[in-house]
Design a protein around this ligand. Structure first.
Ligand code: AMP
Length: 498
């Protein structure tokens, strides 16, 4: 037995000279180079004392070498633990104490960010850092440590917008099954070139984008981040783009986005945050491409996807992927609900994680005895099986005892002339428990006022759903994955109705 996930990647290597990654600054790594470097790095990890089952925490810049390090961990039987590059010293202390990694890999010069753990460094230039130096003297082949489908491949911490960040334990089988199904559903093949401007410490950039590429023997173009000049310069070389909704709205705001500029593209995929139906329509009108929206999360990988060949419905996240069961349940009783009703989204399948690292109790409350995971997202399924997300359960507003689903109110506000987007939140209210409030971004030339928004909504929504206040802002607070940070908004406006 070899390394379950790595073996599947290796089987799909199109040839040693086939391109794996080209970076926006012109560096190139082919598949032969990837395999050899992953072997050298696996030897270096072992030399540093990393044993099978040990965690290797990684907080570095984005580079082909980091992908080789991820594969090296798989080959050495270690558990890859990527960390957001924005984490501060205090946050790193928490992750190191929680995950107890055998090794912490950081960017050169950041060795003193952590204490009480062995440290090695890896530069994003492909040469710098102690880990690459030690790998350089190692052999280009490695006797992979045997790992099966149930063994841990990675721990990925949830973004933790409320409360402590939790380590989701993902097995070789979780990652392999999801990458296989996505590569197949999205028709990935060795001729694909993915334009990759996402971070690689997050599920989207790493376990969707990179794993699908590896599962198809395809290639990627690595950009450090979204940069419109680079995106448009490199687009002609790509066949597929994966992005968060912000990528699409930002590109739509650029004159270089035309039908001709995207005519050669095979597929545009969006996820990690809701894509406005309007963005979907505008993109289709400008480019002729229907963005394919999918839905997933750290704990499960991808759960649903719009269809490659069938309709891609704006405002929906498509249908459950093959092998994934999805049901909607009553948030209070947990009983399954009929089609069309809004409730808690629960999923089950080979993609669903093994539990939260070091949190058996938390795992028990979210992973049900029958294998279904309570996602924390609210949604509904229509009669044809298309799933729509109406928001996070914790963003649900309960005003005067009535449930207000923010998405329903946001959709109405977003449809008003002069509005770019909105976020509806609940904040403490002396009479109603929570009062609905809307935070709205309007177009720069729009004259729409608070009273206009409320008057327009009165005709469309029941009174208890109406925002009592509408606040205009220049932009909504978003995290690196484009998710609106509603917890920050609730904090900022907590005194609104006091
Ligand atoms: P993360 O674990 O950081 O990937 O965040 C997962 C969460 O992002 C999900 O639980 C959803 O709330 C949200 N999410 C992901 N994809 C979508 C989507 N296509 N539409 C709406 N929300 C999404």
């Amino acid at each position: 037995m070899g390394s379950y996930l790595f073996d599947q990647f290796r089987q799909r290597v199109p040839g040693p000279k086939a391109l794996f990654i080209r970076t926006s600054d012109g560096r190139v790594m082919d598949y032969g180079g990837l395999l050899a470097l992953s072997a050298r790095l696996a030897h270096a990890l072992v030399a540093l004392g990393v044993r099978p089952g040990d965690r290797v925490a990684v907080q570095t810049g984005k580079s082909p070498e980091v992908v080789a390090l991820y594969l090296a961990c798989l080959r050495a039987g270690a558990v890859y633990l990527p960390l957001n590059t924005a984490y501060t010293r205090a946050e790193l202390d928490y992750f190191v104490a929680d995950a107890e990694p055998a090794l912490f890999v950081c960017a050169p010069g950041r060795e003193d960010m952590v204490s009480g753990v062995s440290v090695a460094s890896l530069g994003s230039d492909g040469i710098g850092g102690t880990l690459l130096e030690s790998a350089a003297g190692q052999r280009g082949d490695f006797d992979d440590v045997a790992r099966g489908a149930d063994d841990l491949a990675a721990i990925l911490y949830t973004s933790g917008t409320t409360g402590r960040s939790k380590g989701a334990m993902l097995s070789h089988g979780n990652l392999a099954s999801n990458a296989r199904v996505l590569a197949q559903e999205w028709r990935f093949g060795p001729r694909d070139v993915l334009l990759h401007a996402l971070p690689i410490y997050h599920i989207h950039g790493l376990f969707v984008a990179v794993n699908v590429t590896l599962m198809a023997g395809a290639a990627m173009i690595f950009l450090p981040k979204l940069d419109l000049d680079q995106m448009f310069a490199l687009l002609p070389e790509a066949t597929v783009m994966m992005g968060v909704p912000t990528f699409y709205t930002r590109m739509l705001g650029d004159r270089r986005l035309t039908r001709a500029a995207t005519a050669h593209m095979r597929l545009f995929v969006s996820g990690s945050a809701p894509l406005l139906a309007e963005t979907h329509r505008e993109w289709q009108a400008r480019t002729g491409h229907a963005i394919l929206e999918r839905y997933g999360m750290t704990e499960t990988g991808m759960n649903t996807s719009n269809l490659y060949d069938g309709p891609r419905r704006a405002g929906t996240v498509g249908k459950p992927l093959p092998g994934v069961s999805l049901r909607i349940t009553d948030p209070l009783s947990g009983a399954p609900l009929p089609p069309g009703e809004i409730g808690e989204i629960e999923v089950k399948g080979p993609n669903v994680f093994k539990g939260y690292w070091g949190m058996p109790e938390k795992t028990k409350t979210e992973l049900k005895g029958d294998g279904f995971f309570i996602t924390g997202d609210l949604g509904r399924i229509d009669s044809e099986g298309y799933v729509s997300i109406v928001g996070r359960g914790k963003d649900l507003v309960i005003s005067g005892g009535f449930n207000v689903y923010p998405k329903e109110v946001e959709d109405q506000i977003d449809a008003l002339a002069g509005v770019v987007e909105s976020a509806v939140i609940g904040v403490p209210h002396p009479d109603f428990g929570e009062g609905v409030a809307a935070v709205v971004v309007k177009k720069s030339d729009a004259a729409i006022s608070e009273a206009d928004v409320i008057a327009a909504l009165k005709e469309r929504l029941a009174a208890y759903k109406l925002p009592k206040r509408v606040l205009f802002v220049d932009e909504l607070p978003r995290n690196a994955m484009g998710k609106v940070q509603k917890a920050l908004l609730r904090e900022e406006y907590k005194g609104l109705y006091q």
